[in-house]
Write a protein that binds this ligand. Structure first.
Ligand code: G6P
Length: 369
């Protein structure tokens, strides 16, 4: 065990630091200088993908959050209508399936009972076909799906998922680009996005350098009972994933909100005892986010902001901490900004002395309903 963990104290920390390589492996021989390589989703996948007009994504836990990020990418870049649902709800709902809809399952293990049931059930629901993004080649989901793209995260031991998530995002980015290309995306725009994705391993590597600063923030919030995570646009799912990580490993109650919803409820909870953690990359929603954060400040809330280096958040003061991250561009920023939130959850958990790799009551793979 100690040998496998090497220089790291826990698997979770090791797996967080393995992300540059895991993501690079997932992109390897799939993304070239001219774009996404042919047939990476399976032989003749292009014929099927060319017919896709809608996608229904099903997944659980962290994999569900990857699906929520992908919805933004697929709708923005490929113009494909996407719905994302947790598999345990999807399987018991009378889902309306429009023509030419692809069912896309996302799963680290490929054995999650609800996700597997959702895929099996799709056969009678009239989908165009099924696809899985998965980390385990010999799993049930991979055996049963029509199309597949393997993440190459390697074995993930920590119960709280880290490298599986960012590799899922890399795979979903490849899918978004492939569908965008098939649907006639401008070549220069396409190549620009491909170049950003190519840069993702490096961008994640850079974001890991914020660890000492994040450790200091962890000391600051370790005794808190609650935390609120905020994001906008494709950073809202990142906030959801950050709050899930904190809950899972530190047992601090955390919630995530799209920042625009703040005034519809959660603002009532904000006082000097509530840390508010925001993800603030650049982009069109930045000014709106800033005014949401101003509302937190006005109520004495403690702000911790993960901001893109290019952005002036103007919030540096005793009760406002900013960590600057180089997001590497709008497209890949959700994957990059996930990493500091993983580190924050990890260090808070270590300080609180929880069983980081084996949080109480949780299992790595949930194979029963
Ligand atoms: C469990 C794990 C989570 C994981 C979820 C879905 O709850 O603890 O880390 O995200 O299952 O698992 P899957 O293998 O389908 O991605």
């Amino acid at each position: 065990d100690a040998v496998e963990r090497g220089e790291y104290r826990h698997y979770m920390q090791k797996e967080i630091f393995e992300q540059p390589k895991a993501v690079a492996d997932t992109l390897e021989s799939r993304l070239g200088p001219k774009g996404v390589l042919p047939n990476i989703f399976g032989i003749d996948s292009e014929a099927l993908l060319g017919q896709v007009r809608q996608i229904h994504i099903v997944a659980c836990g962290t994999s569900y959050h990857a699906g929520l990020v992908a919805r933004y990418w697929l709708e923005t870049h490929a113009g494909i209508a996407v719905s994302v649902e947790v598999a345990s709800e999807f399987r018991y709902r009378d889902v309306v399936v429009p023509e030419n809809t692809l069912l896309l399952a996302i799963s680290q293990s490929g054995e999650t009972a609800d996700t597997l049931a959702a895929m099996r059930d799709s056969r009678r629901r009239g989908y165009l076909g099924t696809m899985v993004i998965c980390n385990v080649a010999e799993s049930s989901l991979v055996r049963e799906a029509d199309l597949k793209l393997m993440t190459r995260a390697g074995p993930e031991i920590g119960v709280a998922s880290t490298k599986a998530f960012t590799t899922q995002l890399a795979a979903l980015a490849l899918l978004s680009l492939e569908l965008a290309r098939l649907r006639g995306m401008d070549q220069d725009v396409y190549l620009g996005l491909c170049a950003q994705l190519q840069h993702l391993p490096r961008a994640i590597e850079d974001s890991l350098k914020a660890e000492p600063q994040i450790q200091a923030i962890a000391e600051h919030i370790m005794h808190r009972q609650h935390a609120l995570f905020l994001g906008r646009g494709e950073q809202y799912p990142v906030a959801l994933e950050g709050s899930l990580k904190l809950k899972e490993v530190s047992y601090i109650h955390a919630e995530a909100y799209p920042a625009g919803e703040l005034k519809h409820g959660p603002l009532a909870l904000v006082d000097e005892h509530m840390p508010v953690i925001a993800v603030a990359p650049g982009g069109v929603l930045l000014d709106k986010l800033k005014s949401n954060l101003q509302e937190v400040r006005a109520r004495g809330g403690e702000l911790i902001v993960f901001a893109d280096r290019t952005v002036n958040m103007d919030v540096q003061s005793a009760r406002n901490l900013t960590v600057q991250i180089d997001g590497g561009g709008d497209f890949i920023a959700p994957a990059v900004f996930t990493v500091p939130l993983q580190l924050l959850a990890y260090h808070v958990a270590v300080l609180r002395g929880t069983d980081v790799d084996q949080p109480r009551n949780l299992a790595k793979s949930v194979t029963v309903e």
